[in-house]
Design a binder for this molecule. Structure first.
Ligand SMILES: CCCCCCCC/C=C\CCCCCCCCCCCCCC(=O)SCCNC(=O)CCNC(=O)[C@H](O)C(C)(C)COP(=O)(O)OP(=O)(O)OC[C@H]1O[C@@H](n2cnc3c(N)ncnc32)[C@H](O)[C@@H]1OP(=O)(O)O
Ligand SMILES: Cc1cc2nc3c(=O)[nH]c(=O)nc-3n(C[C@H](O)[C@H](O)[C@H](O)COP(=O)(O)OP(=O)(O)OC[C@H]3O[C@@H](n4cnc5c(N)ncnc54)[C@H](O)[C@@H]3O)c2cc1C
Length: 666
């Protein structure tokens, strides 16, 4: 905010019962992270190249070219200022525009790192790090996305020339969707079925050059282009999601990523001791980052809706005084505050997931693979529930802002359009929950065998207790006890998984049973993932959290998150007998009282996200709350208002007004 400018939300900020600066540190993860973030936010906001208020007005071509300009400028600044990886990734965050660089840094580079041999990494990574080649991740095809084993592209080894022949045998085998592919990438990690000596060896990644490094023309045998406009204006249309066909394209043998499986000069296929699932490792990495993104997108929407709800007034004027702030309506609070709590919950679970991922990666380097299934289940499941909740929440925030939320300059429509594909990309959310369900059913089925479940399924080791325990909640106050809450969530989750396992056992063919019970399995998987989020929030509170009143606010938010989920899924808790209807009603009583505790802190709790007005790009979410004059000014900037009488008046409006209406009874 400019020095001396009026702050229409000052009154809201004065009622805060905690130290906002300390909460900013907790949200950012550390004082250092906050400092970096703050510096990069200012760097981006002060640079006119990164202007983004005109995005939704640009044509696709203009938008795309402008994104190229931003990406090139960002890279120039990153190199000039010798920014660290952490700083560069904050630049990307605040530039706030999907671009080919996301896939280059987020998938192409990690795929080579995770699936390439030492030699391959040494050859390709320096080029990629300097962006002397630009890569994408070409896995999905027109006919196959979720089912990776069903991909049709082939990579046939030719021992005569020591090459692979990459081919798209059908229309449905055309690569379809990869970001950065359509117009920019010079290279791809393309996934194809490996065929050696007439035998198939599953799907593997191959580094394929697509375009000339001299004139950017597609190489012989490559057909490549953009797949067309996507949902919404601006939004994901800055990305060149592409289509790609291979017509017997030859690549050297050493361009197959060979960490998992090697093909020798003689055409021998050698399986290394690394599990085949490592071919999916890049997806595990990205799913983990998507959980962190969910907390960002959700907090952004909640920040806009909270500030605006404090500015907006409707009804309730007493003796000509001001009307009621809509944030004071209990219905507004019961819709908004759980989303605020969810933003914090997702933030902390993503922190935990990142540490789990780092730990598993270190173990993989040492040849320990036992924690891979849990890492897969956690990343898949948390990606699924956090993105689904965030997509719904952004739309709820739009509605919380009434009519003005529908204006592009509220920032919410574009945020929604850019965010919703997260429910689909990197694994459709239902497909991913089914993966979690497989993991849970397997864990349950091993309970009797003496194998002790660990990590996020450790609670299943107490199945005997959890299957019959009764919650001893007797008052609304009891629901503030984390242990009580966690036990109710554990009982619900365990009982849902066990019920699925029991029902599955009734089918002679387990796969048929899995297909028939899929809807129940997905619900059991979601219950397990919600338990993880709740638990990790409570565990966060065990840490030392400095700053006046900060921990207290987080305790309130953790209870709100847990009791909101309980209230929303009350049917599960009741039908599994994890709690009684009376206890469910007490949870709801507690939730109401927690909302009243959040109310005086709401604006400060969203200030703690530390978002600049540039990043929010929302008239409704402005830090100073100066909404109405800005809305009014912005309206006049619309190109439709460039002329008082619109283009088309002479052709279409005037003739209408002047028409002679015969035989009409108007
Ligand atoms: C503007 C300019 C700024 C410039 C600034 C420059 C600087 C920039 C700096 C930084 C920028 C970084 C930005 C990073 C952002 C990244 C954003 C990325 C955006 C995302 C784009 C989207 C990309 C995609 O969508 S890629 C395609 C994704 N596709 C999928 O997800 C497909 C989903 N399907 C599957 O995963 C699988 O098919 C399956 C799991 C559903 C089934 O596979 P299957 O048939 O082989 O398996 P089974 O079900 O039979 O299971 C067998 C066995 O394997 C286990 N399993 C399965 N998957 C895994 C796994 N991943 N890991 C481990 N184990 C796995 C499964 O559990 C089974 O185990 P069993 O024990 O039961 O045998
Ligand atoms: C914006 C965007 C960017 C993308 N970027 C990339 C990229 O860079 N690289 C890349 O390779 N791909 C990319 N993709 C593709 C993306 O990964 C796939 O779209 C995604 O994995 C889903 O696969 P699908 O499209 O085949 O969906 P489908 O599997 O066809 O899903 C359709 C419906 O079928 C259901 N369904 C499917 N299988 C099952 C099942 N077994 N049981 C129950 N229900 C099922 C799903 O739940 C869904 O409702 C991108 C997609 C989008 C939208």
């Amino acid at each position: 905010m400019e020095v001396g400018a009026p702050d229409y939300l000052a009154g809201e900020r004065q009622t805060a019962e905690f130290d906002v600066e300390s909460m900013k540190v907790t949200w950012a993860g550390s004082r250092h992270a906050l400092e970096v973030s703050d510096r990069m936010a200012r760097l981006v906001a002060s640079d006119p190249v990164f202007r983004k208020d005109n995005r939704v007005m640009l044509s696709r071509k203009e938008l795309f070219k402008n994104t190229l300009r931003k990406a090139a400028h960002a890279w120039k600044r990153i190199v000039e200022l010798r920014l660290t990886e952490e700083e560069a990734s904050r630049v990307r965050f605040f530039v706030d525009e999907p671009a080919f660089t996301d896939l280059h840094w987020g998938m192409f580079v990690p795929a080579i790192k995770g699936q390439g041999t030492e030699e391959q990494q040494q050859k390709w990574l320096p080029l990629a790090y300097k962006m002397q080649i630009i890569g994408c991740y070409a896995q999905t095809e027109l006919g196959h996305g979720s089912n990776v084993q069903g991909l049709e592209t082939t990579a046939t080894f030719d021992p005569k020339t020591d090459e692979f022949i990459i081919h798209s045998p059908t229309l449905t085998s055309s690569k379809w969707w990869p970001g950065g592919l359509g117009k920019v990438s010079t290279h791809a990690v393309a996934y194809a079925r490996l065929i050696v000596d007439g035998q198939e060896h599953g799907v593997h990644g191959f580094i394929v050059q697509l375009r000339s490094l001299d004139d950017h023309m597609p190489l012989p045998g490559i057909t490549v282009g953009d797949i067309g406009m996507k949902f919404g204006s601006g939004a994901y249309n800055s990305m060149d999601n592409g289509v790609l066909r291979f017509d017997n394209v030859r690549i050297p043998r050493d361009q197959m990523l060979m960490r998992v499986l090697q093909v020798t000069r003689e055409g021998k296929v050698i399986q290394s001791d690394v599990p085949r699932q490592l071919i999916y490792g890049t997806m595990v990495f990205v799913r983990q980052t998507i959980v962190a993104d969910a907390s960002c997108a959700l907090s952004r929407a909640v920040c806009i809706a909270t500030r605006y709800s404090a500015v907006r007034r409707q009804f309730g004027s007493q003796n000509g005084g001001p009307e009621t702030q809509v944030i004071d309506y209990k219905t507004q609070q019961s819709r908004l505050f759980p989303l605020l709590a969810s933003a914090y919950a997702f933030r902390f679970v993503s922190e935990w997931l990142k540490s789990l991922y780092t730990d598993v990666t270190e173990k993989l380097q040492r040849g320990e693979f036992s924690t891979l299934p849990e890492a897969h289940a956690c990343t898949a499941g948390l990606k699924s529930i956090t993105t689904s909740a965030t997509a719904d929440a952004i739309e709820e925030c739009r509605k919380l802002c009434g009519g003005h939320g529908y204006l592009a300059n509220s920032g919410l429509p574009e945020l929604f359009a850019v965010y919703v594909p997260a429910c689909t990309y990197e694994g459709d959310n239902t497909v991913l929950l089914l993966q979690v369900a497989r993991f849970l059913v397997k864990t349950v089925s091993q309970l009797g065998s003496g194998k002790v479940p660990v990590g996020t399924t450790a609670y299943m080791g107490r199945a005997r207790h959890l299957i019959q325990c009764k919650s001893n909640v007797q008052s609304a106050e009891d629901w503030l006890n984390p242990q009580v809450v966690v036990e109710a969530f554990e009982a619900r989750s365990l009982r849902m998984s066990v019920a699925c396992a029991e029902n599955l056992a009734k089918f002679p063919n387990p796969e048929e049973g899995f297909a028939q019970l899929a809807a129940d399995l997905v619900e059991a998987a979601a219950a397990h993932c919600q338990l993880i989020v709740v638990t990790k929030f409570f565990e966060k509170l065990q840490q030392d959290i400095p700053g006046k009143g900060v921990k207290k606010q987080l305790q309130i938010l953790s209870s709100v998150y847990a009791l909101y989920i309980l209230h929303k899924h009350l049917g599960d808790f009741l039908s599994t007998g994890s709690i009684t209807p009376k206890q469910g009603a007490l949870a709801n009583d507690q939730l109401r009282s927690l909302y009243s505790k959040i109310r005086p802190n709401a604006v400060a709790l969203v200030d703690a996200f530390n978002y600049t007005d540039h990043y929010l790009s929302s008239v409704l979410g402005r830090y100073d709350g100066n909404v109405y004059p800005t809305l009014y000014e912005e309206a006049w900037k619309d190109p439709l208002n460039d002329s008082v009488v619109p283009d088309g008046y002479q052709e279409y409006i005037r003739p209408l007004l002047k028409q002679q209406i015969r035989n009409a009874r108007l």
